[in-house]
Design a protein around this ligand. Structure first.
Ligand SMILES: NC(=O)c1ccc[n+]([C@@H]2O[C@H](COP(=O)([O-])OP(=O)(O)OC[C@H]3O[C@@H](n4cnc5c(N)ncnc54)[C@H](OP(=O)(O)O)[C@@H]3O)[C@@H](O)[C@H]2O)c1
Length: 305
């Protein structure tokens, strides 16, 4: 079968589509025929060397989320069945014709979603979900600021927050104003035309998916006792100076989170926005597009029909 593989860390030059053995599911795993796989910044970060810091060993089969048909069950699996279409996160190997996944991390795809839109949800969706609800404790009426409302994570976070009745301020560039307002954002700040921290205040929760200077400046938008969750920065004791708290969220695969997201999708409250669809053979272009950092919503690889 064909799979996107790296045998060393580096630029896109190290990425190849290789012919490799089809993997075999062990206990608790299933083999999935992959229809589509979402591309995320973590994929090019792993390729560039972060894989080593994450404890991965070369060669690495790239790809962290998929939608596909269950082909074979490992022993002890009873939560999904052969022939079902499922979606979810995998540790590695989603950019391939077949992949193995832990059965507990897979959920049947919503009936109202095609493969491309389903593939866009698991990783960015779980990231937004865990940061907003598990880490920050978002509840109705809370004032939320999302530092990047137009990216894969932020565009879902805006919709999740609106679905529970939060008040959402989305930071994005002017070209994405219509997009984030259509997602449901109550307020919009164009970060390219003014410092966003001067235009926002009294915020209860900040979700930061940008990091760097944006992360530091976002503290100024929080009210005393407010909470910041970042999925990018590594916080120090800076939050204390502002009288707020900060947490770093690391996304873990979660069938439970995905089931909750699926319910919002099924009632039409959440839609993944697709920026670009490419075939597996164009994996380098897909990674380059993600790395350029301008995608509106998600980049997805269409793999097998
Ligand atoms: N900790 C974890 O477990 C975890 C999990 C998932 C993701 N992440 C990280 O979260 C980050 C975001 O991921 P993503 O998939 O949402 O990214 P993404 O989709 O690649 O983000 C692209 C979007 O960011 C916007 N953007 C670029 N610079 C910006 C800025 N300074 N302020 C506001 N918006 C800006 C771009 O629009 P414009 O160019 O028009 O502004 C574009 O729409 C990545 O670094 C990723 O690695 C971490």
């Amino acid at each position: 079968m064909r799979a996107a593989v790296i045998r060393e860390y580096g630029s896109n030059d190290v990425v190849e589509i290789a012919e490799i053995e089809r993997p075999e599911p062990v206990a608790g795993e299933v083999l999935v025929k992959v229809h589509a796989a979402g591309v995320n910044p973590v994929d090019w970060k792993i390729r560039g060397g972060v894989g080593q810091r994450m404890g991965m060993t070369l060669p690495i089969h790239l790809g962290g989320e998929l939608v596909g048909t269950v082909e074979k069950l490992g022993s002890g699996v009873n939560t999904v069945q052969r022939g079902e279409t499922v979606f979810g996160m995998v540790n590695t190997g989603a950019f391939a014709e077949y992949a193995v996944a832990k059965a507990v991390n897979l959920v049947r795809t919503p009936d109202n979603l095609d493969f491309i839109h389903a593939a866009a949800l698991p990783l960015a969706g779980s990231t937004a979900w865990q940061a907003l609800f598990d880490e920050a404790g978002l509840t109705p009426g809370i004032r939320l600021l999302v530092t990047n409302g137009s990216g894969g994570v932020g565009s879902l976070a805006v919709q999740f927050a609106k679905a529970v009745g939060a008040h959402v301020t989305a930071v994005a560039s002017g070209r994405n104003e219509r997009f984030v307002r259509d997602l449901g954002a109550d307020d919009f700040i164009d970060y390219t035309s003014q410092p966003f921290e001067e235009a926002a205040g009294g915020i209860d929760i900040v979700l930061d998916t940008v990091g760097g200077e944006t992360f530091h400046r976002a503290f100024k938008t929080l009210k005393k006792g407010g909470r910041m969750v970042t999925v990018v920065a590594f916080p120090d004791d800076e939050a204390e100076r502002f009288g707020v708290s900060v947490k770093r969220s690391f996304t873990i695969p979660s069938g439970r989170n995905l089931t909750a997201i699926k319910e919002l999708v099924e009632v039409g409250k959440v839609v993944a926005h697709i920026d670009t669809v490419l075939p597996l053979a164009e994996i380098k272009q897909a990674l380059a597009l993600s790395e350029a950092g301008r995608a509106r919503g998600k980049i997805v690889l269409a793999i097998q029909g």
